[in-house]
Design a binder for this molecule. Structure first.
Ligand SMILES: [Zn+2]
Length: 396
């Protein structure tokens, strides 16, 4: 009889322990699912495609309005500088952010403005293939969404380390060419290899500049009419008559980020640092050339990892798109663009802040510890603590 009672008590004890362990597991898994999946939906669902401020007379249909997403500086870590845990964490975050954005916002086209990889500039063929494989997995997308990638200095190296081999392997994977024009729904995008705008006459630079000059001629032909233009433009292919949007990695020349505002602009201690031409920004000469060749209506660039809005020649806006990776920012973001051949409207979509996720994990960890300590009766409940104090006081 006594043995039977002992067995029942023992079984009850283990069942209670099992239920407690299950509760802890459920709590841990819930926190994990929230921080690694659900938080992306909660944050990104708050982003919307911006509205065009078009006059009512112009009818906007889905055939004339393009929904484009702009991302910059994903910096997928390589085998030399990247610690496996850092790599795993950052790539998971970017994959979830991108896949959630695709699902919620359904852009028609996505542009990545360079520095896709961190070590493309020196990676071996094996490491390059591995980086590309991971990129394609992270940025997988349905057929109705296109992805266009622009080259950056971390993909092929700064000008002094850029080679034809590195440029070719990048161009082959991403179908990239400097001076390439991409036209969707009448909107002209010009993709620029800004690393090749050194102006020193190197063979890659010469080819890149020649293509840009040729494209500028074609675009000017499409935008101008008249007999004298007809003669000069007889050899030019037909491009839709729309002022282009310039997409590149390096920003056009600016002295510093001192005039940049917003919560994701450069930190205060860095804002007044002077930019080096051909390193932080394009040279003044190359910037003037691009403006003169294309007279773009908008420029989007990356490279600085921070946000900024600049007005060139008093009328041409340039948007510096901040980095998409939490390795570079606590508050990464991307740009949503609603575009037509004559108009555009942009908005920024922030991803979850990394310190929010860290705080959630720390709080959950603390709650878990309290539960466990209370269970092990190592914690005195406040009620019992007060009761103990009163008893002690009365005894005195
Ligand atoms: Zn860069």
């Amino acid at each position: 009889m006594a043995l039977l009672r002992f067995n029942i008590v023992k079984r009850l004890f283990w069942r209670k322990r099992g239920i407690f362990a299950l509760k802890l597991l459920f709590f841990t898994v819930s926190v994990l699912i929230f921080c690694e999946f659900i938080i992306y939906y909660i944050v990104i669902i708050q982003c919307h495609w911006p509205q065009l401020k078009a006059p009512r007379a112009i009818e906007l249909t889905s055939d004339s309005v393009l929904k484009a997403m702009f991302i910059a500086d994903t910096h997928l870590l390589g085998e030399i500088n990247g610690h496996w845990l850092d790599k795993l964490r950052r790539e998971w975050q970017m994959e979830r952010a991108f896949q959630t954005s695709l699902w919620l916002l359904q852009p028609e086209i996505v542009f990545i403005l360079g520095d896709v990889f961190d070590e493309g500039k020196w990676s071996s063929s094996q490491a390059w293939s591995d980086d590309v494989r991971r990129f394609l997995k992270m940025f997988r997308h349905p057929v109705q969404t296109e992805i266009m990638v622009i080259v950056g200095n971390h993909d092929i190296g700064f000008h002094y380390e850029m080679t034809a081999f590195k440029l070719e392997r990048f161009s082959k994977v991403f179908n990239f060419a400097s001076g390439k024009i991409v036209t969707r729904k009448g909107v002209n995008f010009i993709m620029v290899n800004s690393v090749a705008l050194e102006g020193d006459g190197c063979s890659i630079c010469r080819t890149a500049e020649a293509r840009l000059a040729q494209l500028s001629h074609k675009l000017n032909c499409s935008l101008r009419e008249g007999i004298q233009h007809k003669e000069r433009c007889s050899d030019a292919d037909k491009i839709p008559a729309s002022v282009p949007i310039l997409l590149q990695h390096y920003p056009l020349y600016r002295r510093s980020d001192s005039n940049c505002t917003g919560e994701d602009s450069a930190p205060l201690d860095k804002k007044n640092d002077l930019f080096r031409e051909k390193y932080d920004v394009l040279s003044q000469e190359a910037s003037q050339k691009l403006l003169w060749w294309f007279q773009p209506r908008l420029i989007l660039s990356g490279h600085t990892h921070s946000a900024c809005e600049v007005l060139h020649n008093g009328k041409i806006p340039e948007i510096s798109v901040p980095s998409f990776s939490w390795r570079n920012r606590n508050n990464p973001s991307f740009i949503l663009g609603t575009l037509t051949s004559t108009d555009f409207s942009l908005d920024k979509c922030f991803l979850p802040y990394e310190n929010t996720v860290i705080t959630l994990y720390c709080t959950a960890g603390a709650v878990l510890m309290v539960f466990i300590l209370a269970r092990l009766q190592l914690l005195v409940s406040p009620f019992r603590f007060v009761q103990h104090l009163i008893t002690k006081y009365k005894a005195l």
